[in-house]
Design a protein around this ligand. Structure first.
Ligand code: PLP
Length: 417
């Protein structure tokens, strides 16, 4: 559910017309609905926040400080996968004590930084990483709180690039080796074992993979307990899907109702790490059509947002609904909506049936709040788009549009040549 809809013939973000936003801030422009973000965050809190449960927002979905600050004010923790994300989370006021750190390639510097900041736990993905954490913690005179990220070998039935819990994926440790891992970890002086972590993929629209993965992890937890290893935290990861193209994913409440009863009275504190299902439908990308063009084979709408602004269609072949900001009754036709980037993979929609588009018209790319701006780049030396927050009838900039100066800011062009 989100708050982007037509009132009359004008598409609105909450109570604000997109026409107005386009005029005031220019395009391409990311627009977020505060009401939608709050609604999603609160749904997660209600579903999983009981009994000390922690909702750790996955920063990689969207790491704008204003959005993080909003979620922090609602009690969110953070799921980070780099030192940079940890920095952003802390800057936005997310407590380190609600921050978990995953990722297969943590460097010694990143580990040391996270230790210094007292994060809740490292979600460890390999033996060698565990050894490194042990060593870095020893040097710092600290014990590192650790959960093992297990790979439960479950097919999440999603796009192969965003499935993470299959045996062939690089993430986590095979669940069958987990017991030995914990026994080794237990012997390490500077490691404190406190939890277990799983995250099987993204854009999951079925409950079954979540359940199957959890059942496997619970079997492990029980075996660990029988071996005298008692865990405090169960981190269920993120991965809940959203509606891009008619999908009907369960909401956080349904997910909780299906998973939490399985935990019975094991005394575990639950952590969830939603990213897409909080931010995805809370943001759109506003873009203006620059030109239309018709060839013998195809019809193109060339817009001012490209794959550098929103890479999901190019990277995963993802579907994003694209709708006009001013509703019209033009005939539907098949077209490609493409950006200005010099790549044939630069499209926002391919072979899409939609109402005819005219140059100068504003279009809205829906479901762009997650893995949109956060995956954007300056490719083709295009400055980053601006980002705007809408709250009822108010709106304000939460990121200035990038400038040409920004493009060269860090370059060192000396006289050595
Ligand atoms: C990407 C990621 C998430 C968030 O996934 P969503 O599908 O956006 O909810 C959570 N945890 C980990 C470890 C991740 O890598």
């Amino acid at each position: 559910m989100h708050y982007f809809s037509y009132k009359g013939d004008d598409l609105h973000a909450e109570d604000v017309r997109f026409e107005e936003l386009g005029r005031e801030y220019g395009t391409p422009l990311y627009v977020y609905s505060k009401r939608t973000l709050l609604r999603h965050m609160r749904a997660y809190k209600k579903a999983f926040g009981g009994g000390g449960g922690i909702v750790s927002f996955a920063l990689k979905a969207n790491s704008n400080g204003a959005i993080l600050r909003l979620l922090a004010s609602e009690g969110a923790g953070a799921d980070v996968v780099s030192g940079g994300e940890l920095f952003r989370a802390l800057k936005a006021g997310i407590p380190a004590g609600k921050t978990v750190y995953a990722g297969v390639g943590k460097t010694a510097d990143e580990i040391s930084y996270a230790l210094k900041k007292n994060i809740l736990m490292f979600n460890v993905e390999s033996d060698e990483e565990l050894e490194k954490i042990n060593r870095v913690a020893g040097l710092a005179g600290r014990r590192a709180p650790v959960a093992l990220r297990v790979n439960p070998d479950i097919d999440p039935m999603t796009h192969p690039y965003i499935s993470t819990g299959l045996e062939k994926n690089k993430f986590g440790l095979p669940i069958k080796d987990a017991l030995e891992f914990y026994v080794r970890a237990l012997k390490m002086k500077n490691i404190e074992i406190i939890g277990v972590h799983e995250h099987i993929g993204s854009q999951l629209t079925e409950l079954a993979p979540f359940r199957e993965a959890l059942e496997k992890v619970l079997t492990l937890i029980d075996r660990l307990r029988d071996s005298g290893i008692k865990l405090k935290y169960l981190d269920l990861g993120g991965g809940l899907g959203i509606r891009y193209d008619g999908e009907k994913p369960p909401g956080p409440g349904t997910l909780a109702k299906n998973l939490l009863p399985l935990l019975k009275d094991r005394g575990l504190t639950v952590i969830v790490e939603p990213g897409r299902s909080i931010a995805g439908n809370a943001g759109v990308l506003l873009t203006r059509c620059l030109y239309t063009k018709k060839t013998a084979r195809k019809r193109f709408a060339i817009v001012d947002a490209g794959m550098n602004d929103l890479i999901r269609p190019a990277l995963y072949g993802s579907y994003h609904e694209i709708i006009p900001v001013r509703r019209n009754r033009r005939a539907r036709m098949k077209m490609d909506v493409v950006g200005p980037i010099c790549e044939s993979g630069d499209f926002l929609a391919a072979d899409r049936f939609m109402p005819g588009v005219k140059a100068g018209e504003l279009l809205c790319v829906l479901g762009a709040g997650a893995y949109g701006f956060s995956m954007s780049s300056n490719y083709n030396s295009r400055p980053h788009p601006a980002e705007v927050m809408v709250d009822g009838g108010r709106h304000w900039l939460i990121r200035k549009r990038g400038t040409y100066r920004d493009l060269i800011r860090s370059e060192l062009v000396g006289s050595e040549l």
